[in-house]
Design a protein. Structure first.
Length: 369
């Protein structure tokens, strides 16, 4: 009964009476620590000793600090490689071999002197192919097998360049042709027979829209893997195709209808961008299946560090280092630029290879996933 004594009895969880008597101190009056009772366990073994280096390393590996540190170094290396890859290919483009159609006698004194002067000035080989007529030579330019037409005519030569085939190549040829003509005493007439559109005087707009499709393609796949990881494989592929179609439509609409920078063959350009974006997204998805959280490393390396500089969009293939010039067209960014470039500037001369490259990468990626 309450109030009758200093003890209050209330059942605890175990049904045992609990007294209000203060618990015994674990210290004796002189301040020394009292021996532990049978209900108290002294720290010993793994709980009392310092962690070994092996245990610390195991704990560190299981913490978020290890991937964060590794990621910091990866990003630093990626930043340097990103700047280096574009600088290497674009800072000082140098011709190695320039396919050139020839109409007339290239072995005449005028033609021979001009060609030799051009090769010396460019420090490159003009890969000459003889055509019987100007029409045949220009057809070869439309097919993008030749980058210029050299006509031996009268007392001088005529050099037809194609800005749409590559603004950098046309600029190098035009500047060198004028200087060489004066140096060797051969009159030279230079004409651009395939001009770029007014809204794209440097020929970079197609490169940028393809770059946007590539980057948004794998960024979208990253977001799906984070925010919609519950999708099954068929649903994941379907949603990748959905955002590719919508994203490509947005790119084409902004560049053509809103800004008016390019006059695109709208449906063809839209579908090329959509296939590019889908392929890029599935390439990341493939690497994510194989490598997990480190999938961004091979994706960035393949699509951005290697694929975009070698695509021929910013610097035409004849001016790229020879290895990049050959492999670029077999990677998704190069295939995309090639298909888009032909669709816009060489209508009626579209090639099958770029579409096979994009479809091949997409099919392999979907299959692995």
């Amino acid at each position: 009964m309450s109030g009758e004594s200093g003890l209050s009895e209330q059942p605890d969880m175990g049904g045992r009476p609990e007294t209000s008597e203060p618990s015994r101190s674990s210290e004796v009056p002189d301040g020394s620590e009292a021996p532990h009772t049978s209900g108290q366990r002294a720290p010993h073994g793994a709980h009392g000793r310092p962690l070994s280096w092996g245990e610390k390393w195991t704990a560190f590996k299981e913490s978020p600090f290890l991937p964060a540190i590794v990621l910091a170094f990866i990003l630093a290396v990626a930043a340097g490689l990103f700047a280096g890859s574009y600088t290497y290919t674009m800072a000082n483009p140098t011709p190695h071999r320039i396919p050139t159609a020839v109409v007339g006698d290239a072995q005449s004194p005028r033609g021979k002197a001009f060609v030799q002067g051009m090769e010396k000035a460019l420090n490159a080989s003009m890969d000459l192919t003889r055509y019987d007529t100007v029409a045949q030579a220009r057809e070869a330019v439309d097919e993008q097998t030749e980058f210029a037409v050299l006509r031996i005519k009268g007392p001088g030569v005529e050099l037809d360049v194609a800005g749409a085939s590559g603004a950098t190549v046309a600029q190098v040829l035009a500047e060198s042709g004028a200087k060489v003509g004066k140096a060797v005493g051969v009159p030279v007439q230079i004409k651009d027979i395939k001009r770029l559109q007014k809204g794209d005087p440097r020929g970079l707009a197609l490169f940028y829209i393809s770059l946007a499709a590539v980057i948004i393609g794998f960024v979208g796949a990253i977001q799906l893997s984070v925010h919609a990881r519950g999708l099954n494989p068929a649903e994941r592929i379907a949603f990748t195709a959905a955002y590719a179609l919508l994203g490509a439509l947005a790119i084409a609409a902004v560049v053509d209808r809103w800004l008016g920078a390019l006059d695109l063959p709208f449906v063809e350009s839209w579908l090329i961008l959509a296939l590019t974006m889908f392929t890029s997204g599935m390439v990341f998805t493939m690497f994510n299946t194989l490598m997990g959280r480190w999938a961004m490393i091979p994706t960035w390396g393949l699509m951005v560090l290697l694929g975009n500089p070698s695509s021929g969009g910013a610097v035409s293939w004849p001016l790229l280092p020879s290895v990049l010039g050959h492999i670029g067209r077999w990677l998704p960014p190069g295939a995309s630029v090639n298909a888009q470039h032909t669709a816009v500037y060489f209508q009626g001369h579209q090639h099958l290879l770029p579409f096979l490259v994009l479809a091949g990468w997409a099919l392999v990626s979907c299959t692995v996933f």
